[in-house]
Design a protein around this ligand. Structure first.
Ligand code: EZ4
Ligand code: CO
Length: 402
């Protein structure tokens, strides 16, 4: 190993510039370094402790060139493998090593992954409202900004704090916000939302909707069937992730394209949905699925079955995670679309760089690596604040999927 590639320092940086991020910096003997993202919303310190206590000692002295071997040794070699905490920590290391390799080569990561297959990554943003009219107005604003694809969510009358609407996105410090869900009003409202959107916005704009794993198979089949005339770009995460065979039931009833994956943490979670062609878009979160190394393998399996990628791109992963998404998007033949959310302005104090939006598409610069830098001094100005994801209950008080 050339001494310049010997890992001598691994720094886990926990910071809250408007929201919590867990960032990683891997430094080699020569000062060459790479940056990664290990943010797991609401479980940030579990990942940070895994990185500090269990992973850093295994990285010191290793050859930073050997991304695949380090990946295998942290996943299989440590016996306990998988799950969101361990695979988010693994992703932080993986993404930092790809960044480091790019800086060493003087090439952007997309170039190391095979080079551009497209001029930009088609992206979508979120339009959410307390009423169908408000959702439609917000979608119109996004279309005026150039978005060709828009995710639409609306509050459900008679329930409180519907997923994805404004109130549902806050992260209170003092305990989880409780949201309410009832399938009957939800299943009545969403087709009305799409009736209204198509009447107001026309047929050209591509529309998505995130069910957030809240339906049973037959309920999801009904929704997908009723939405068929509105030609969705995709219906996202209709079912819980535990039993992929349930997607067969939706497929038997509808041609509405389906997307799934943000709760998956490995290629094996995706496999039955891909090999049986039960979905049309695989949308794992690279930051929770072992990083670019695992993401490109998932994309390659998906390509064999004509499934496209739509990597999860929420505000709770940092611009470094978003940059990893877009580098892979640009190099992936079967890329479909990229979810995109703008961060609060303080984020740019701590993390410089990241993807840029222009006229419906995301892009990255040709800077070596991912094109992101962490300002470690600025990160200290924003200490960690414990935050909670919401929980959802039915009208009778029983727990439901958020
Ligand atoms: O629930 O990122 O498509 N995006 C989503 C997000 C996820 C959160 C979980 O941390 O569904 O809102
Ligand atoms: Co989602």
């Amino acid at each position: 190993m050339s001494s310049s590639l010997k890992i001598t320092d691994v720094r886990t940086i926990v910071t809250c510039p408007g929201r919590n991020f867990v960032l990683l910096k891997i430094v080699t003997e020569s000062g060459l370094y790479g940056v990664g993202d290990g943010t797991l919303n609401g479980r940030e310190l579990a990942v940070a402790e895994t990185l500090r206590e269990y992973i850093t000692p295994l990285l010191i002295g290793r050859d930073a060139d050997q991304i695949e071997d380090i990946w295998q040794s942290l996943f299989r070699g440590t016996y306990w493998r998988g799950g969101p905490v361990l695979n988010t920590a693994l992703a932080a290391v993986d993404v930092a090593l790809w960044d480091l390799k790019g800086r060493r080569a003087g090439l952007p990561v997309y170039s190391l992954l095979g080079g551009r297959t497209r001029t930009g990554a088609l992206c979508y943003a979120h339009a959410a409202g307390e009423t169908i009219e408000e959702t439609t107005d917000r979608a119109t604003v996004l279309m005026e900004r150039g978005f060709r694809v828009v995710r639409v969510q609306t509050a459900i009358p008679g329930t409180s704090g519907t997923y994805g609407t404004a109130a549902g996105s806050v992260q209170p410090e003092d305990g989880p916000l409780v949201e309410q869900f009832e399938p009957a009003p939800y299943l009545r409202t969403i087709p009305r939302l799409f009736d209204h959107l198509r009447a107001q916005l026309g047929e050209e704009v591509e529309l998505c909707h995130d069910v957030h794993e809240r339906l049973t198979p037959i309920q999801a089949a009904r929704l997908a069937k009723e939405l068929e005339p509105h030609h969705l770009f995709f219906l996202e995460d209709p079912l819980r992730p535990e039993h992929p065979e349930s997607f067969r039931l939706i497929r038997q009833h509808s041609t509405t394209p389906l997307a799934m994956g943000e709760l998956f943490t490995s290629r094996w979670d995706c496999l039955p949905l891909l090999t049986e062609q039960l979905i049309d878009f695989i949308r794992c979160d690279l930051v929770h699925t072992g990083g670019i190394t695992e993401g490109r393998k998932i994309a390659a399996i998906a390509e064999s079955f004509q499934v496209q990628t739509a990597w999860h791109g929420p505000p709770d992963i940092s611009p470094i995670g978003h940059a990893a998404n877009v580098h892979l998007d640009l190099a992936t033949a079967n890329f479909g679309v990229q979810e995109w959310v703008e961060h609060p302005p303080e984020v740019a104090d701590v993390i410089h760089g990241g993807p840029t939006y222009h006229d419906g598409y995301l892009n990255v610069s040709d800077a070596p690596g991912l094109g992101c830098e962490i300002d470690e001094q600025a990160a200290k100005k924003y200490p960690y604040i414990r935050g909670w994801l919401p929980v959802t209950r039915r009208a009778d008080g029983s727990v439901h999927d958020w």
